[in-house]
Design a protein around this ligand. Structure first.
Ligand code: NAD
Length: 260
């Protein structure tokens, strides 16, 4: 058993989750990685984090849309490290479509991966945090936890729901030195965003190279995508002792998008 803190980051084989997992390892925490991808590439990320930062890194391939697998992930983390001190609910998927043609199976999948999974991880891991009298939970919401966009019914419903779950967990755990917050980024430069470019170009009838500037950054005063490492540094701060009075909050990292 180790005295290092342990961070479990869902959906951490790519994008924001990988940046957060890296920041946690860099700060000296053991890390539980989760997510899909090429097994050799995932093993290489896992081994690199261990050798670069001298921490222990466990990978678990739970499908976050399946409650049994989510519970197995949490149990494996507890069995391996004795505790999970930091939980980052990050796994998420997107589908863009008008409401009339929004596929039912996409609605169900988005709610399962990005909302219900956070309920199951919190339920499984809050008891151990209470026992230790210390815990940090960060839910990766979105500006879509605060404002809507057309054609994203399931995503927006999920992200508003995640903010609601955040506030409830924050209230229930406040006496136990546990915080729970919802970070709300605008577009972050990750595969999830890059994969939307061809569809957005088609919808708006513009070249793919214009999508970031003319569509994604159009409503945002700061004309830059959020860098995954910047977001990870903010999440790491929330998970520090100094973050103890920040709880139940929706925290935009959005270049001023929701200030308008
Ligand atoms: P990404 O596609 O780069 O990474 C998503 C991660 O989730 C991957 O590791 C993937 O394997 C994993 N994942 C997907 N389905 C899974 C499942 N069923 N079980 C386990 N893991 C699964 O995406 P990203 O851009 O890094 O997004 C991460 C989170 O940040 C999401 O919740 C997303 O909604 C949120 N977010 C992203 C942006 C953005 O602009 N990229 C903005 C706001 C919020």
């Amino acid at each position: 058993m180790t005295t290092r803190k342990t961070a479990l980051v869902t959906g951490s084989t790519s994008g924001i989750g990988l940046a957060v997992a890296t920041a946690m390892a860099q700060a000296g925490m053991n890390v539980v990685l989760n997510g899909f991808g090429d097994p050799a590439a995932i093993e290489s990320v896992r081994a690199d984090l261990e050798s670069n930062y001298g921490v222990t890194v466990l990978y678990h391939g739970a499908d976050m849309s399946k409650p049994d697998e989510v519970r197995a992930l949490c149990q494996k983390a507890l069995d391996t490290f004795g505790a999970v001190d930091v939980l980052v609910n990050n796994a998420g998927i997107q589908h863009v479509s008008p409401i009339e043609s929004f596929p039912e199976e996409k609605w169900d999948a988005i709610l399962a991966v990005s909302l219900s999974s956070a309920f199951h991880t919190c339920k499984a891991l809050v008891p151990g945090m209470r026992e230790k009298g210390w815990g940090r939970i960060v839910n990766i919401g979105s500006i879509h936890s605060l404002v809507a966009s057309a054609n994203k019914a399931a995503y927006v419903a999920t992200k508003f729901g995640l903010l609601g779950l955040t506030k409830v967990v924050a209230l229930e755990t406040a006496k136990d030195n546990i915080t729970c917050n919802c970070v709300c980024p605008a577009y972050v430069d990750t595969p999830l965003v890059r994969n939307q470019i061809p569809g957005q170009a088609k919808t708006h009838g513009i070249p793919e190279e214009d999508v970031i500037e003319k569509i994604m950054l159009a409503p945002q005063p700061v004309k830059k995508l959020v860098a995954p490492a910047d977001l990870a540094a903010f999440v790491l701060f929330l998970c520090s002792d100094a973050g103890q009075n920040i709880t139940g909050a929706a925290l935009p990292v959005d270049g001023g998008w929701t200030a308008q």
